[in-house]
Design a binder for this molecule. Structure first.
Ligand code: G3P
Ligand code: CA
Length: 323
């Protein structure tokens, strides 16, 4: 008998405990035995893939202090306007909102900038090294952030990411790598132009977020949309509230059929983002959240800021057994 359990993807590393996308957060995610460790990737002015969630530097680094006169007209500091040598002068800290306050005030102190912004190559080298020196083997789960934005700036983000994977020997490791994007065009480019063999995950946002300005995510969630996704992708990464919409008057969880319709088409389902300190409305505990998604919705994995707790709960609720 084999026992399966959903995979745990450390969202921006062990981001509940250390500032997102810093190498310490990635080392901790590895030590906590995350199955996969996530990288969001953007490019520098000199075309180097770096691990950063936003196309802007100002929410998670001290860029405004180090380079006070380098904002664009909208007041934001764009990573694509800085060379790698300049970005190496920055310190990364916990995410802060526009008001300068920590987005998650109970997490790591928001004023501390103990480490810098890593390149994708550096982060892969770290994970490679830990896979070698420890008894745990983690995969990588790379998101290309703003491929269309980079294209308008004269850069090819999917090609740059793939080049790093090729140079580091990860471009063929189907069992250890996922590539993800909110932009279907980026995934199609990887599959049809670059002919990658790596599994591709179509992320799904809400239209109201204006995540890309290019994609109708309501249409993408329809039967026809999922049929189209299944042509080029291996799975979907929906927002968790697209699978669970809240509780009714009697407190009964309301589930959608999105996961079922995706899995009927052979697509994996990896919802985001599981946070013990930001539970969805109507959910009373982190354990209950995982029970709902692992047992009732039967998802294939989750993005979690708390990879240790999600891993323990994936073991607890892994009811899926096969002869
Ligand atoms: O990539 C899955 C999840 O991370 C998407 O949300 O905004 O955290 O990249 P975001
Ligand atoms: Ca992401």
């Amino acid at each position: 008998m084999t026992t399966e359990r959903p995979i745990i993807i450390a969202h921006r590393g062990a981001s509940a405990y250390l500032p997102e996308h810093t190498l310490p957060a990635k080392a901790m995610a590895h030590a906590l035995k995350a199955d996969f460790i996530e990288q969001d990737v953007v490019l520098t002015a000199d075309g180097v893939p770096i691990v950063l969630h936003d196309i802007h530097l100002d929410s998670t680094t001290n860029v405004a202090t180090v380079f006070p006169d380098r904002a664009r007209e909208d007041g934001r500091f764009y990573a694509i306007d800085f060379t790698l040598a300049e970005i190496r002068q920055l310190r990364a800290h916990e995410r802060r909102g526009a008001d300068g306050k920590a987005v998650f005030p109970e997490r790591f102190p928001a004023m501390e900038g103990l480490s810098g912004v890593p390149t994708l190559a550096e982060e892969i080298a770290l994970i490679d090294g830990l896979n070698r020196s420890s008894d745990h083997c983690a995969g990588i789960y790379v998101e290309m952030k703003g491929s269309a934005f980079h294209h308008r700036e004269g850069h090819d983000l999917p090609a740059a990411v793939l080049k790093v994977l090729q140079d580091s020997g990860w471009a063929e490791r189907r069992d250890l790598v996922f590539l993800q994007s909110f932009e279907p065009e980026a995934l199609r480019q990887l599959k049809y132009e670059h002919k990658t063999v790596l599994p591709l995950i179509q992320l799904i946002a809400e239209n109201a977020w204006d995540e890309t300005g290019l994609v109708d995510f309501d249409k993408l969630r329809s039967d026809e949309g999922l049929d189209a996704v299944a042509q080029y992708a291996d799975g979907i990464g929906p927002w968790l509230m697209q699978l669970y919409t809240g509780v009714d008057d009697r407190g009964v969880p309301q589930l959608t059929d999105l996961a079922k319709r995706a899995q009927e088409r052979g697509l994996l389902v990896h919802p985001y983002t599981f946070r013990a300190d930001q539970l969805p409305p109507g959910i009373e505990s982190f354990s209950e959240l995982h029970r709902l998604f692992f047992q009732d919705l039967q998802v294939d994995g989750v993005f979690s800021d708390f990879p240790d707790r999600s891993r323990a709960l994936s073991l607890k609720f892994s009811a899926r057994t096969s002869p």
